[in-house]
Write a protein that binds this ligand. Structure first.
Ligand SMILES: N[C@@H](Cc1c[nH]c[nH+]1)C(=O)O
Length: 389
């Protein structure tokens, strides 16, 4: 059957260098998170569908991979890490003082054209700062987003800042129905200018219409904030973004920051500052996050929170190239010489030397030739010698 040799849509096998790059990227990120006092948590790969419906419906329902369990309950492959961690913070961790700093390295599953043909299995590495509101917590998180991409060895990247409150304050002024607000959000998020124009046409003349129409074009440097103020008037979200920007510039982060006031995440638990990270060489965002002050409360312990997740494979693909070390030496060892053989492997640079599983030297030499190795180290009762391949 042809099925058995294919992997399901949106998934694929990952080999050698790709696995190593994923692991290295995860390590670079988690080292940073640990240094900043974040502790690791892990939540189940399969969760109740209801968890994601109740917690503000973070992911469109059609994007969740569903499973029916034996009793007929609908379960989903975890489509998002933040909602389950909010549950943990509100339940298992409720006796611990706030704020709590948590990190994770997990896979999320999102399917359908929602992900524009990309992988539906996404390795994420992220942080959540739970129980801290306000300026200092937002500064910590945005600085950490910059440092996370720097820790991965990236130089050409930027973080785009937006504010969920800006869109909401404009949408509120238009007195729309809830589903119309969602439609508007999707049009702006998708930078779908033609449809947005049609949507707003009946509202021409209203004070927020011009700003909403231009929202998806309001991106760039700090001048964007002035442009937005000119369109929308004094606005709390804009003043707050300026305040954060000035503090971050003072700490040397300014050159990594830009603004995108049309940044309206599809995930709809965000309540304040939102941001995305873009790297030269990757079409889509490689980092995404922001403030979500109501989600933890949905699980019974009100607490403001902020966080972000890095798409590990997307970042790994943009890291400066590191060639996979070529295996230069195979170790051919006689029975009883396993310990010497392993010592020889461990004493060389990782990945440059490996054991030969062959019984005869001829077989090992043939294996060495097929792998492009240059030497065979022979270990036997007489001692050791190096044979050129
Ligand atoms: N869970 C979000 C990222 C995030 C973490 N914390 C807040 N936001 C995502 O997958 O895009």
């Amino acid at each position: 059957m042809a099925y058995t040799i294919h992997t399901p849509e949106g998934t694929r096998d990952r080999l050698f260098a790709e696995c190593r790059d994923r692991r290295d990227t995860q390590t670079a990120l988690t080292d940073l998170f640990r240094r900043r006092s974040y502790s690791e948590v892990s939540t189940p790969e399969v969760e109740f569908y209801d968890l994601f419906l109740r917690s503000g419906n973070p992911i469109p329902q059609e994007a969740m991979l569903k499973i029916i369990d034996r009793s007929g309950k609908i379960m989903v492959m975890r489509p998002d890490c933040t909602a389950p961690i909010a549950r943990v913070a509100a339940t298992k961790l409720k006796h611990l003082p706030l704020p709590q700093r948590l990190y994770y390295a997990e896979t999320v599953f999102r399917s359908g054209d929602q992900h524009r043909g990309g992988s539906s299995e996404i390795a994420q590495c992220g942080v959540e700062l739970i129980g801290a509101a306000g300026r200092k917590a937002d500064l910590e998180m945005i600085a950490m987003a910059v440092d996370a991409l720097r820790a991965c060895g990236l130089a050409r990247f930027h973080i785009e800042l937006g504010h969920a409150g800006f869109f909401c304050s404009l949408a509120e002024r238009m007195e729309l129905e809830e589903d119309q607000v969602e439609e508007l959000r999707t049009l702006i998020e998708g930078k779908n200018f033609a449809a947005l124009g049609d949507f707003l046409a009946p509202y021409q003349g209203q004070s927020a219409t011009a700003a909403l129409g231009k929202l998806s074009r309001l991106f760039g440097g700090a001048e964007v904030l002035e442009e937005a103020e000119a369109l929308a008037g004094e606005n709390e979200a804009l003043s707050y973004l300026r305040e954060l920007y000035e503090a971050l510039c003072g700490a040397g982060y300014g050159k990594y920051l830009r603004f995108d006031l049309g940044l309206v995440h599809q995930i709809d638990y965000y309540t304040g500052v939102v941001f995305r990270g873009y790297v030269e060489g990757a079409g889509d965002a490689v980092l995404s996050g922001g403030r979500y002050d109501r989600l933890v409360g949905d699980f019974g312990r009100p607490a403001p929170a902020t966080g972000f997740a890095v798409d590990v494979d997307a970042v790994a693909a943009c890291r400066p190239g590191t060639e996979l070390p070529r295996v230069g030496t195979l170790v051919h060892f006689a029975a009883g010489e396993l310990d010497r053989a392993l010592t020889a492997v461990d004493g060389r640079a990782a990945g440059t030397c490996e054991l030969s599983p062959c019984e005869t030297l001829e077989e090992t030499l043939a294996l060495a030739r097929s792998k492009g190795a240059l030497h065979v180290l022979v270990l036997d009762a007489d001692g050791e010698r190096m044979v050129e391949v």
